[in-house]
Design a protein. Sequence first.
Length: 143
Amino acid sequence: RRVLVLNGPNLGRLGTREPSVYGSATHDDLVRLCLDTGAELGLDVDVRQTDHEGEMVGWLHAAADEGAAVVLNAGAWTHYSIAVRDAAAQLSGPLIELHISNVHRREEFRQHSVLSDIATGVIVGLGVDGYALALRWLATTPR
Ligand code: DQA
């Protein structure tokens, strides 16, 4: 199964960005975790990060055309980007919305997601380990 792990704005700064909220793992560590976990599970995993909304929309279109599963950490776009939502809504494979931090115990503006009601499932607050859990679920769940 093909899985795209797509990370949105500011996630390239993991490790230095607010480590008390997001932990000490870098984006490179996150990539390694996903590739190692994918290899172990026999998944074809691709991990990407962008700060540009149009690039993310394009990746989601390609995922829709490929029928790929998507693990999406849309960062701040989660809370307001109808464009990212509309692109994600075109996916035919499973969509897992993921947040490293527990957005529900943070600011009010993080409590709402424009993605959750179109997601297959949501993982929040488990740090970067959430990515490995998402891949494990995808590996054991029939298309
Ligand atoms: C985040 C939570 C968002 O509210 C925030 O804007 C992020 C990261 C998380 O992974 O916890 O950039 O998606």
